[in-house]
Design a protein around this ligand. Sequence first.
Ligand code: AMP
Ligand code: MG
Length: 403
Amino acid sequence: MPGFEEARRIILESVTPLGAEQVPAWEAVGRVLAEDLLAPRDFPAWDNSAMDGYAMRAEDVRPPVRLRLSAYIPAGGDASEPLERGTAAKILTGAPIPAGADAVVPFEEAEERDGAVLLGSPVRAGAHVRRRGEDLRSGAVAVAAGTVLGPAEISFLAASSRLSVPVVRRARVAILSTGDELVAPGEPLAPGKIHDANSLAVAAAVRLAGAEPVLLGIARDDLGSLRELLARGLAADALVTTAGVSMGDRDLVRQVLDELGVRQVFWKVDIKPGRPTAFALRGTTPVFSLPGNPVSTLLTFEQFVRPALLRMMGHGSVLRPLAGAVLQEDVSRRPGRVSFLRVRLERQGDDLLAWSAGDQDTGILRTLLRADGIAILPADWGDVSRGTRVPVQVLRSSAGGAR
Ligand code: AMP
Ligand code: MG
């Protein structure tokens, strides 16, 4: 049975990146770029003014001097006429610098009178001129493959007049809840039945990871039902099942996956909670069998499935950064395996403080509802005393704000 880091390493080494697809630039935010993006031309394409002011030849300025205004070049204007010697052009920001001019004096540093500009001090050649290609040279790599596209990258696409962009495909993730006790939300409950919380919870987590959930519904604890739905799920890019993988005699998921030619990689992980977490592969399709308890389902999804999906979708960084939080109460535990503690977090000055979010039994969803993060207590730690700095995954970005 692998431990926490080992299980995660095995999973990340087993999954393979998905292929690329072309998407419209306006839908590309958050996607991972599949190929380097090159500058299709120089940026800027021509020398232009960085200020509203007057364009001139620096060498014409021997102060004090008066230069006649021989042209007016607004943004979007035309500067095909070279600047007459010994004159200046009134120019606005972004407008092309006319041939012959090599400097701009901002309005506020000059005085304009009677169609001329008066200058009291010398001007440096190149002042307030944005040079052609100073931002990006034609053919330069502007955005490297693997970059997560954000507004800045979209800005570059738009400026390049590129309407579409190659990105790594989103993973289609099939989701199957299993159990005779489950009823779809919205349906009436008979005695002994509960509503299926996991399908929608996992779908939500899949969506937040940037992937696409495909809901298979609920499989009964019988071979026929599992065969049909698991076979369907294996057509997706990844399959996530919940429940039905413990030792109970009705737990048949493992058997049916075997029959369907799925190769089991591990069947348990030495963590608490979430021990009955299984990982398997059919070809390159990963199959995650998560424990059925909704708290365990979401914790193990966060630790194992989310990083795997991100890796498949081309992300370089797939693990949440760990913050150090100062524990505000004693926590008793036995060493042996990594455990996950649902915590409330609060920022105090430069410190992040952590409290247990409540009863840590996995039957208690309330504690997960109150949690801002997950503290990861290393396998070799015993009781943890108040004041210890513990590694936490921050789940809510609002954590540490006033609550
Ligand atoms: P199992 O892994 O089948 O032993 O299930 C563990 C616990 O999680 C049991 O109490 C199940 O009723 C519960 N459970 C399993 N699947 C779901 C689900 N989809 N929604 C809510 N609870 C579930
Ligand atoms: Mg069950």
